[in-house]
Ligand binder design. Structure first.
Ligand code: 9MR
Length: 416
């Protein structure tokens, strides 16, 4: 997953000077350069498919300042940072951007750690997939507190305030760093019905489109995603996701990407053909897709490295072949730091940060130009009521909040 050289054709830098008396030639050259610049160039955009990893930020730092439960689970090892920096172009904060950390108390935002992470990305030329704004898990205690009897309107108000504050924070203070958001995470249950969560129970299914609208209003430049798992095969859950996504696109809701988590094993993984078949259905409704959380756990009894590598290759090949795949993210930098535990061998870099043999292959597959869908067939928003109007949301109760720029967590010294 080397850093791909992304240098397009170098533009005319003004270094040419017409020889004395060569004005006509100079003019002609200027015209040719202008025509070439205006013509669509095959070399103009050759960004390949960006490769990312879920990052445990504290593990990149010898000194960590933040909540204790986001400490790196292992002693500081500079190889973690080195591997990330040299091999990946972007990252997903594995936990740090989740609501329980960003709004730990009602109306009190804590961007202490998130600011460090965004500054880290900016300083190192990386971009961030923001994960995740509206999810049923990893919520602050107060969202589900039985003594807080949410009404639909109050919860919607709170959700609007949360999404606008968080997305707006990064758009304002770190422009161009958080380029994409998992706005809604795992909205569906295994049967394809909307997953029960505080959001769904109190607001109803419309919370999905509302969250997307609020995110778009806060940062019109960010790509917006719904992220879901276990939808790599055609089946009831995948059909339900497709129909949800198609409906949103039809209504002009700002949705760009469907994220496919891909927590799989060699036995549960799909084939290239199955993935491409699913992803093309999403292309047909105007959506790009991304592999967002790929890791390959062991089946009972264990699997060989070769079997796992074949799965990584499958996802990379499908991503290249589908035509609308705009990202490839593995869920962790190296095995010792995987949420699945250290022994699984579920990632591309092993216990000693040695690259699996498939890494070079994946680089080759994902490199080179791609032409994802720029906008879906229904991407032109239809004129329709804003979420606030649809729900007759009482604007006067606008969410007020205080932001805490510095986290209450204390500095943690790390052993080398
Ligand atoms: O990798 C994350 C792990 O460290 C957390 O303990 C866990 C809490 O639910 O969330 C993990 O990440 C999840 C992601 O946010 C959403 N998709 C499933 C991921 C794996 O559970």
């Amino acid at each position: 997953m080397r850093e791909m050289a992304r240098t397009g054709a170098q533009g005319a830098s003004g270094g040419h000077r017409s020889p004395r008396g060569g004005r006509v030639l100079g003019c002609l050259l200027a015209v040719v350069v202008a025509v070439l610049a205006a013509a669509p160039s095959a070399q103009a955009a050759a960004p390949g498919i960006p490769e990312g990893a879920a990052l445990w930020y504290a593990c990149t730092q010898p000194q960590y300042y933040g909540p204790l439960n986001l400490e790196c689970p292992l002693p500081y090892d500079p190889r973690y940072l080195r591997t990330f920096l040299s091999e990946f172009q972007r990252f997903t904060p594995e936990n740090e951007f989740k609501m329980m950390y960003l709004e730990p108390e009602v109306n009190i935002f804590d961007f202490g750690l998130a600011d460090q992470i965004a500054a880290f990305a900016r300083a190192n030329g990386k971009t961030i997939r923001g994960h995740t704004l509206v999810w049923g898990d990893q919520l602050p205690y107060w969202v589900q507190h039985p003594l807080l009897p949410w009404s639909k309107y109050l919860l919607l108000e709170m959700m609007a305030g949360y999404v606008e504050t968080v997305v707006g924070h990064f758009a304002t203070h770190y422009p161009g760093v958080v380029t994409e958001w998992d706005v809604v995470n795992e909205p569906l249950g295994p049967d394809g019905k909307l997953r029960r969560s505080t959001w769904e129970r109190v607001i109803g299914g419309a919370y999905i489109r509302d969250a997307l609208e609020y995110a778009h209003a806060a940062d019109p430049t960010a790509k917006l995603a719904i992220n879901e798992g276990n939808t790599d095969f055609l089946g009831p859950k995948t059909e339900a996701l497709l129909s949800l996504a198609a409906g949103l696109k039809r209504d002009g809701v700002p949705l760009d990407v469907i994220g496919f988590e891909a927590h799989v094993t060699p036995r549960t993984a799909p084939t290239v053909g199955q993935l491409v078949a699913v992803w093309r259905r999403f292309a047909a409704v105007g959506l790009n897709v991304e592999v967002t959380e790929l890791d390959v756990d062991d089946d009972p009894g264990g699997d060989t490295r070769a079997a796992k590598d074949a799965v990584f290759r499958t996802y990379a090949e499908a991503c290249r072949e589908a035509g609308n795949c705009t990202g490839f993210t593995v869920w962790g930098v190296a095995d010792p730091y995987s949420w699945l535990g250290q022994t699984g061998g579920a990632l591309l870099y092993g216990v000693n940060f040695a690259a699996s043999p498939v890494v070079g292959l994946i680089n080759g597959i994902l490199d080179g130009p791609v032409q994802p869908l720029a906008a879906g067939p229904s991407a032109t928003p239809t004129k329709r009521a804003s979420p606030a109007r649809r729900h007759a949301r009482p604007r006067s109760r606008h969410h007020r909040h205080t932001t805490r720029r510095h986290t209450s967590g204390r500095a943690r010294s790390r052993r080398r």
